[in-house]
Design a protein around this ligand. Structure first.
Ligand SMILES: [Zn+2]
Ligand SMILES: [Zn+2]
Length: 348
């Protein structure tokens, strides 16, 4: 089969490799769509400790069942599926607590295990019955299903920051993840959604997702504007969906009492220290939390939202701006980097 194999830094090669084998207990899918994630770019340019070359990368995956093992129940050839990324052990402390994204033996498709930039993918048996693999509602396409994984991570972030009806939610960063956060905040009936982004081009693109207010912190005083928009109370929730330590630090200056700040995006590993005013956290009773991955139920919830569509405040189609065949994956990566689009989907 054809696959995009990461062979080392700056080396992603589309080549013929042996197709995965279907065992008694797993399934093999024909991959129909796999979206490019920011993490794939990081692996491509800088490498990643948990991606040992040669490896097929890609973890935002949808496809249809090509083969099922003799002991597998509940799946049949032709089933259309969205596949989450995390493979958890099911038996460690965190798995037993219902937090498989924090599994002690955490593995993920496209990292430790072969991923979705390939014609076929073996779905490990651990994923089949814990909600990580879900059948698509009829009105959800393969391309939309490929962005279930990042959307589910964003739902996890908003759940951890307890976004509720009427909240003022500030989202920093208008990349695809930032825009997913707008849709989710809408679905949660947030009172006001404020988007902050330094790039005018991205801010312009974001307008179709209807944030109530757009701020370019490069052009106006972000803290003052958020305070003015909230009767000087500050934001109930701030989601920093940009790899910016400065944005993380600044969030404390406009957080409301009992406000929640979510460090959604990671920082570059050589710039991961920030300085936070502990007294603000203390006096305002503020919360700061992080988000890493998602739970199986967030994937299930995402598919429901995609299926409900606009009435639920979510139009999955709008996130997908570019599609490429597997052979042109490097072009797809360039498109992501150029910032001209949102999600770029590879159709192997
Ligand atoms: Zn991703
Ligand atoms: Zn575990």
């Amino acid at each position: 089969m054809k696959a995009a194999v990461y062979e080392g830094i700056e080396k992603l090669v589309v080549k013929d490799v042996p197709a995965p084998i279907c065992t008694e207990e797993n399934i093999v899918i024909r991959v129909r769509a796999c979206a490019i994630c920011g993490t794939d770019l990081r692996t491509f340019h800088h490498g990643k400790v948990n991606v040992k070359p040669p490896q097929i990368i890609g973890h935002e995956i949808s496809g249809e069942v090509a083969e099922t093992g003799s002991k597998v129940t509940g799946f049949k050839k032709g089933d259309r599926l969205a596949v989450a990324a995390i493979v958890s052990c099911g038996s460690c402390y965190y798995c037993r607590k219902g937090l498989p994204n924090l599994c002690a033996k955490f593995k993920a498709l496209g990292y430790e295990l072969p991923g979705g930039f390939a014609e076929y993918l073996a779905v490990p048996k651990e994923m089949l019955y814990d909600g990580s693999v879900n059948k698509l509602p009829d009105n959800v396409t393969f391309d939309e299903a490929a962005i279930v994984e990042p959307f589910a991570c964003a739902i996890n972030g908003q759940e951890l920051s307890r976004v509720s009806r009427g909240d003022v939610v500030v989202i920093v960063g208008a990349g695809p993840i930032g825009l997913m956060h707008i849709s989710i905040a809408r679905a949660k009936n947030a009172g006001k959604v404020i988007l902050a982004e330094m790039s005018e081009q991205r801010l312009e693109m974001a307008k179709t997702f209807c944030p109530d207010i757009c701020i370019n912190p490069g052009k106006e005083n972000m803290v003052k504007r958020v305070m003015d928009e909230t009767e000087q109370r500050g934001a109930d929730v701030v989601i920093v969906a940009a790899p910016s330590g400065k944005a993380q630090e600044e969030a404390l200056k406009y957080i409301a009492f009992r406000g929640r700040i979510n460090f959604f995006g990671g920082l570059p590993k050589d710039k991961s220290f920030v300085s936070l005013d502990a007294n603000i956290i203390h006096y305002r009773e503020a919360f700061i939390n992080g988000t890493s991955g998602s739970l199986p139920r967030h994937n299930m919830e995402t598919l429901k939202l995609f299926s409900f569509g606009e009435p639920a405040g979510v139009n999955a189609k709008k996130f997908i701006t570019h599609r490429y065949p597997l052979d042109r994956i490097l072009e797809g990566i360039k498109t992501v980097e150029s910032g001209i689009g949102l999600k770029v989907v590879i159709n192997p």
